[in-house]
Every structure is written in C-alpha cells, then in structure tokens.
Write a protein that binds this ligand. Structure first.
Ligand code: UT7
Length: 339
C-alpha cells in the first residue's frame, strides 16, 4: 500500500480438510438430486465433512500449525490471531481464543471476524493494518467453517453446495523495501442480509423446539439472487483493489477466487479478462467451504508451485452479509523445493 510504514507479506500457509468425503452419488441417496445437475450447475463433485465431534477450532488449529511450520515460526511469535468464521464453536468465547490456547500462542490477542465467505480476505485486510502501522510483527489469519453442521439436509438447493475445512496464513513484516499485500477492497451490502442467513441461534430467534421444527437453525439462501450478486461483485471488487494498487487486470498473474460455483468463477474471470489457466479452481474437490475457501485454494496453488515469487495475485471472496473482499498482493515466498 502506498505510504505504508512497513511492507506485509504472507510468509506461511497451511490448510486442512476433514477425512470424510461426501460425493454427489452419496447425495443422490439423501435428496432428490443427481451428479449431472450438481456438476453442470456448480462444478462440485465432492465435499469434505467434519466428524461428529470435530469443530471449527479443531480444523483451524491443524491449518494454523501447518501455516506456522511453513513460516518457520513458533506460536509464541504470533501477536494476533483472527479467525474468520460463521460457524464458531460457540457464540462466545471467540473461536480464535480456543485456537490461541491450544496452539500455545500465549502472546497473541485473539478475536473472530464474521463476514461470511469473505471472512478470510476481510481478516487478511484487518491483520495487515496492524503490521503496516508497526503495532504487530506476526499475525495469524484463519478461515475455518463447518457448514455441514448447519445445513438443511432436506433442502437440495443448499445442501449440495457446502463442505467443511480450514485454511491459515501467517502474515509478517517484510524486510525493508519489500512489499507483499498491496491493496484491498472491502465492502458490504446489508440490504441483502436476508438473502443468505441462519435465522435461529442469535438473540432475535433462539433455538426453540419450534425453530428446530421449522429448520430455522439451518442455512436459508436465495440462490439466484446471491448468484447474480456474486458474478457482478467478484470482478468489480478485484478491479477496484487493482486500481487502488495502481495496477490493471493486465498486470495480474494469478486469480484465486472464492470457490462457490464454477459458473460464478468463470463469469468473474471473464469480467476480469483472466484466462482460466491463470485461475485456481478446486471447487470440484471441496464444494463451498465458506471462509476457508480462499486460503485452502491459495495453499493448494502454493503447494503445487502455481504461484512464483514476484507474481501478482488477486484474492476475492463474497458471501453472507452480503459482503465482499478483494486483495491484490505480490507473492514474496520462494518456490517450494519439495514439489
Ligand atoms: O458463498 C456464497 C454462498 N452461496 C452461493 O454461492 C450460491 C450462489 N448460487 C448458486 O450457486 C446457484 O444459484 C445454485 C447452484 C444454488 C442454483 O443454481 P441455479 O442455476 O440458480 O438453479 P435454480 O435455483 O434456478 O434451480 C433450477 C432448477 C429448479 O427446478 P425448476 O423450478 O426449474 O423445475 C430447482 O428446483 O433446478 C432445481 N434444483 C435442483 N435439481 C436437482 C435445485 N437444486 C437442485 C438439485 N438437484 N440439487
């Protein structure tokens, strides 16, 4: 970012998805759907599902430990932990505090950030400010969600879309003269709050037997409306972040979009004039993992050496709120030698 005091970069990445896999064929036995419909309408072939007792913090912890190892840092080095999630272990305390304790990040402040599927990129923007201003040196950003726990398994319009997982990034102050995270574009359109929501479980509607009966403790979504919003906002948010960094789409080497639906990803890539070879896609393997989607995708791209030092990358998320978040960054890590 222009006039920043300190450069900030991603120095470590890690991710985790649960062992259990639910395929489209498995779903055919649960709801009135079929592999062909799910594949052509969404691009999803399977998703990972958290175990009965596996929580959002459990997944976050594994992703965080992998990111710390990749960064070559100790938990004690971390000054702040931000967990982007809409499926916290409990309403409070923050899932980030549970992570802080279990990984032994004794010097870290910790809080959750709720911005739907935009949660990770939102958290990345927040964490970056603390390092840029010199307040902190190392921040752990996590996106972790277990939407399978709050999905209505009788609603074929939503239950086929979501999967569980976690992704984490360690961001740190870079050596003088280096720049990683260049610009962000964050936004919200609260007028669309009703389009994607979990009605019960908050103060307005507690989880009463009647609420459970009406499935109000599960995800409710106006799929078409969210789809239209997503197609427009993904391209706009990325373009706006690029502009803030003084760049254009022609400068971009790689695009890591929120993995919600292959049709949304393709439409956004087209708007950004990005050929699909430069767009990372893993929605077929995981479905929509909410706040975990962008960091899992970025970690996989990194594991596969798809991003090279010096590459200019755009990350874009959208989700409940409605919210959106885009980040433009220069990749500052060396290529992996073990690939
Ligand atoms: O992170 C943000 C989270 N949300 C999203 O990203 C969701 C964005 N929206 C979408 O991805 C798409 O809107 C969906 C994948 C959810 C739905 O795709 P669509 O092309 O918008 O389908 P539709 O809702 O318009 O439904 C078309 C038809 C309907 O049948 P009729 O009324 O035309 O007879 C649905 O009842 O497909 C039917 N349908 C299904 N059929 C088989 C809906 N879900 C299914 C299903 N299997 N799972």
């Amino acid at each position: 970012m222009k006039n920043s005091q300190y450069g900030v970069g991603i120095v470590g990445l890690g991710s985790y998805t649960p062992e259990k896999i639910l395929t489209n064929q498995d779903l055919e036995k649960i709801v009135d759907t079929n592999d062909e419909w799910i594949t052509t309408r969404t691009g999803i072939k399977q998703r990972h599902i958290a175990g009965e007792h596996e929580t959002t913090s459990d997944m976050a912890i594994i992703a965080a430990e992998r990111a710390l190892k990749d960064a070559g840092k100790q938990a004690e080095d971390i000054d702040l932990i931000i967990v982007g999630t809409i499926t916290p272990d409990m309403s409070f305390p923050a899932t980030a505090c549970i992570v802080q304790d279990k990984i032994g990040a004794v010097n870290a402040a910790a809080f959750d950030l709720q911005a739907g599927c935009s949660g990770f990129v939102y958290a990345l923007a927040v964490g970056t400010q603390f390092i840029q201003t010199g307040v902190y040196r190392n921040v752990l950003i996590i996106g972790s969600d277990a939407l399978s726990k709050v999905v209505n398994w009788e609603d074929r319009g939503t239950c086929i879309l979501f999967g569980d997982g976690a992704g984490a990034a360690v961001i740190s102050r870079l050596p003088e003269g280096e720049e990683g995270l260049l610009a962000f574009d964050l936004g919200a359109r609260g007028s669309g709050a009703e389009l994607l929501k979990l009605p019960a479980g908050g103060i307005r509607q507690p989880v009463t037997p009647e609420a459970i009966e009406q499935k109000l403790n599960t995800i409710h979504m106006a799929g078409n409306e969210v789809y239209k919003f997503a197609v427009r906002i993904m391209g706009e948010a990325a373009a706006s972040a690029l502009e803030k960094a003084g760049l254009t789409h022609e400068d971009l080497d790689f695009f890591v979009p929120h993995q919600a639906n292959i049709r949304i990803i393709k439409a956004a890539a087209k708007r950004l004039k990005m050929p699909m070879e430069k767009v990372f896609v893993n929605v077929h393997k995981y479905g929509n993992t909410s706040a975990a989607s962008v960091p899992i995708a970025l970690d996989e791209a990194y594991q596969q050496n798809k991003v090279k030092k010096g590459d200019l990358i755009a990350l874009v998320g959208f989700g409940a709120g409605l919210t959106w978040a885009a980040s433009v960054l220069k990749w500052t890590k060396e290529e992996r030698e073990d690939v």
